[in-house]
Design a binder for this molecule. Structure first.
Ligand SMILES: [Zn+2]
Length: 474
């Protein structure tokens, strides 16, 4: 199988031919840790989580290196410290931990390497020195700036020329710049700001420099894939290319640049001022992580994604249906343990059409359609028991590759949001079911019916089967 990916550099879908198939290397820009991550951040994490899983499947888990950085020195962090008084180290540790918890709840695999900017200052200073030595940078008033006029093809990723960039006022005008489009590699720190000793005085790195230095350290000067949100194309990724290509020679750095699309909320741009800003943490208070994950994967990663209550409802009902089929075939599976292929490794039994969809620039909507088709088959025509087991294994293994159907089906239907007010606990429900059973044994059917209705009113649905009564939250 060949993986084909859209390359922002060429604006085309291209075959991925790894520089070294025994070590496929991917870098994705990680969070700046000053606040809880929002659902737009989650979209980027999940888009590249799918790619990471696919690369591991195609090349082997030991043959992929995924680096995603933590930006733990940045003006936004300094601003958060000034606003709250909380020490910077405490802000970055606390929000890094929260980020890890939040994306783990969405089923995102941890990257192989998670470099922190503050642990790579030496590499950043060395990179600035290389750029100075090669005539691509200049030091002035405690700053070191990248000289964009030294790079004739600056703008190759965003495909804007310098005049357009300046006219768009997307560059900061400052008196110490030779050219308005020049950008900061290193800047001075005041005594109350975090800073490191450098040949240009005590200071700190610019954000773009951080990623160029960390990707080189962990993946080499040239690697296969660089990813991030579409909003990072300019200036962040453009400037990463400028730094790395000018330091190491053109044609180096990432071969394929991938960008996920924007996320809006109920048709509007998400912003704190509009009051529609949703952190991953907020979303997880109401929805299971898999529901959020599926709600994102229903849209192709390059398309704009509109986050809506309706979309979440649909995602939940799709998952209910997939878990329902797993629950229904469980007796068949249990009756034919020798036929079972369920114990096979995670990467076997993936449906070929499912894999074809993902290999085609991560076509997750198509891949989800394949899952639904397999489920249709299992609902409509059971065929032989062996056929059921094979189809179920395909459903499960394929879904697992997307990070879905990771729950036990019974646990899925019993799940409720953490801290859901007024709901019955699992223990309350089990006790009521036992009381209902006792009433029936005592032929007190009115009481048994009353208990069933009481549970139904609380959103708990009972199902009597040959193996006793099971329940789910409706
Ligand atoms: Zn970056």
């Amino acid at each position: 199988m060949t993986i084909r990916l859209h390359n922002t550099l060429t604006r085309r879908v291209e075959e991925l031919t790894p520089l070294d198939p025994s070590n496929v290397r991917m870098y994705v820009c990680g969070p700046t840790v000053y606040d809880y991550a929002h659902i737009g951040n989650a979209r980027a994490v999940l888009a590249f989580d799918i790619l990471f899983r696919l690369l591991r499947h195609e090349f082997g888990a030991d043959h992929v290196t995924y680096a995603r950085n933590i930006t733990d020195v940045d003006d936004k962090i300094i601003a958060a410290h000034q606003a709250s008084g909380e020490p910077i180290g405490s802000i970055t540790e606390r929000t890094t931990k929260a980020f890890h918890e939040d994306i783990a709840a969405l089923g995102a695999l941890p990257p192989n390497v998670e470099p922190r900017a503050t642990q790579h200052i030496g590499e950043m200073i060395a990179l600035v020195e290389t750029l100075l030595a090669k005539g691509h940078a200049y030091a002035t008033e405690g700053h070191v700036l990248f000289d964009v006029t030294s790079m004739p093809d600056y703008g190759m990723l965003s495909r804007r020329n310098r005049d357009e960039l300046i006219a768009g006022a997307r560059v900061e005008i400052a008196p110490y710049k030779k050219d308005p489009a020049d950008f900061v590699l290193w800047k001075p720190s005041t005594p109350d700001q975090p800073g490191w000793v450098s040949p240009w005085g005590r200071g700190r790195p610019g954000w773009h420099l951080e990623c160029s230095a960390m990707s080189e350290k962990h993946l080499g000067a040239t690697f296969d894939i660089h990813g991030g949100g579409i909003d990072l194309i300019f200036p962040h990724h453009e400037n990463e290319i400028a730094q790395s290509a000018c330091a190491h020679g053109h044609g180096t750095f990432a071969k394929i640049w991938m960008h996920n699309g924007f996320l809006s909320v109920e048709g509007e741009k998400m912003s704190k001022s509009l009051g529609n800003f949703i952190t991953i943490r907020d979303a997880l208070k109401q929805h299971h992580g898999e529901t959020i994950r599926l709600a994102m994967l229903k849209t192709h990663y390059r398309q704009p994604l509109d986050w809506t209550a309706e979309g979440l409802k649909q995602a939940k009902s799709t998952l209910d249906r997939l878990y329902r089929v797993l629950l229904e075939i469980r007796p068949i599976q249990n009756a034919h343990a020798p036929l079972s292929v369920w114990a096979a490794s995670d990467t076997t039994n993936i449906h070929p059409k499912f894999l074809e969809a993902l290999d085609d620039d991560l076509n997750s909507p198509m891949a989800l359609a394949v899952l639904n088709t397999i489920a249709d088959g299992l609902f409509n025509d059971r065929g032989s028991d062996e056929g059921v087991i094979v189809a179920a294994a395909e459903l499960l293994r394929s879904a697992n590759l997307l990070g879905l159907l990771r729950e036990d089906p019974e646990a899925w239907f019993k799940w409720q949001p953490a801290g859901a007010g007024g709901g019955l606990s699992d223990g309350d429900i089990d006790a009521s079911i036992q009381a209902r059973l006792d009433s029936r044994k005592a032929k007190n059917f009115a009481e048994a019916d009353r208990i069933r209705k009481e549970l139904a009113d609380a959103g708990v649905i009972l199902e009597d089967g040959p193996n006793g009564t099971t329940w789910r939250r409706g």
